[in-house]
Ligand binder design. Structure first.
Ligand code: HPA
Length: 271
């Protein structure tokens, strides 16, 4: 563990974050209200945690919260830092390293995404089964260790995807699976880019998550990921995406999203 991660881990342990976690969850745009479901919670603003990257995007509160969800201890990241904020694809290096350093076995990544398919409508939840990295960059660029050659076959762990499906059944939700295409942002895509994504086998498009998956697999974490579809992607049925719509629709879908994650924690407990 590097010195920065060690110092930040020690800092958090002294402030009530020293728990036997079952999972960490990174919450995407408009999905921060999962934090309201926690009991026995402690929380800190990212700005008060040494070396922690800030989220400067509206719809991301920027708080780290530990608490109990459906009987399990979880660590919630209420907001993330994106590649497009700084130009650093490894913007989430420290948060993901912290998850590993705290001994948390499972990382659940969540995001708001555009749908490339007219039949996967805004408001849908989709489990990510694989990704396309179309950003041209990688969070492990510059890493000098042999560990950088991370295999990404089954990065979205099949067993956790089964548990996510079981969680959806338990909560009466449908949960299609899809391939998430990471675009750098912050501009939205062109209709031609969306046609390209579709030809390449993408189902969802977004500006986050993939670098975190790569970092998480680098640390040997088990990964699950869920998108909340907030819009049809650019050009589909004439769509012009906007950040305001992303936030609004994610908040409307938040109740279903919370049900799914609560049920997922129960499935994980029974594993
Ligand atoms: N494109 C990229 N990122 C997104 C979108 C989109 O259409 N919707 C929400 N995040």
């Amino acid at each position: 563990m590097d010195d920065t991660t060690q110092a930040t881990t020690a800092f958090l342990r002294q402030r009530g974050f020293d728990r036997a976690y079952s999972a960490a969850i990174i919450l995407g745009t408009g999905l921060g209200s999962l934090a309201d479901e926690l009991t026995d919670a402690v929380s800190l603003s990212y700005a008060d945690i040494p070396h922690f990257p800030l989220s400067r995007v509206s719809g991301h509160a920027g708080r780290l919260i530990a608490g109990t969800l459906a009987g399990s201890q979880v660590l919630l990241f209420q907001g993330r830092s994106h590649y497009y904020e700084t130009g650093d694809a490894g913007a989430m290096r420290i948060p993901v390293a912290l998850v590993a350093a705290l001994g948390i076995p499972v990382l659940v990544l969540t995001n708001a995404a555009g749908s490339v398919h007219p039949d996967i409508r805004p408001g849908s939840l989709v489990a990510i089964r694989d990704h396309l990295n179309l950003s041209g960059t990688n969070p492990l660029l510059g890493d000098q260790t042999e560990r950088r050659f991370v295999p990404l076959t089954d990065a979205y762990e099949p067993r956790l995807r089964e548990l996510m499906q079981a969680a959806a059944r338990r909560s009466g939700l449908v949960l299609p699976q899809g391939v998430y295409a990471w675009m750098s942002g912050p501009s939205f895509e062109t209709p031609a880019e969306i046609r390209m994504v579709r030809i390449l086998g993408g189902d969802l498009v977004g500006m986050s998550t993939v670098p975190e998956v790569i970092l998480a697999r680098y640390h040997g974490l088990r990964v699950a990921a869920v998108s909340v579809v907030t819009n049809l992607a650019a050009g589909i049925e004439g769509t012009v995406p906007s950040h305001q719509e992303t936030k609004d629709v994610a908040m409307e879908a938040a109740d279903r999203f919370k049900r799914l994650l609560r049920a997922f924690m129960l499935e994980l407990q029974d594993e």
